[in-house]
Design a protein around this ligand. Sequence first.
Ligand code: AMP
Ligand code: ZN
Length: 113
Amino acid sequence: MDCLFCKIIAGEIPARIIYEDDQVLAFHDIAPQAPVHFLVIPKKHIATLHDLSETEDKALAGHILFTAQRLARELGCEEGFRVVMNCNEMGGQTVYHIHLHVLGQRPMHWPPG
Ligand code: AMP
Ligand code: ZN
């Protein structure tokens, strides 16, 4: 499959991996938008948040979120951080394999761009 993040999961493209288990992978974003900026992705290819299945993927969705929570703490974001999942072009998505952005160690502003 011609998917950048599936290639990172397969080890075909290098990444600065933070955490991996049988279900998820977390790695530093290649173009960080904050001092801490990493992505948590499922190993299962799911193109967009629209494609996440409430019946099949509920535990996986929770695991992605709790992985983000734990790693944010471990990377020094106790004071606060932001999680973002962009969906489709209108939502700013550029890689069509779902990923939770975790950004921290700088003040975040609202509304986002
Ligand atoms: P999005 O725009 O929400 O789809 O986010 C895609 C993210 O993937 C962007 O923040 C990119 O900087 C990041 N990205 C693209 N290629 C790589 C890569 N090879 N390794 C790590 N992060 C990447
Ligand atoms: Zn993929």
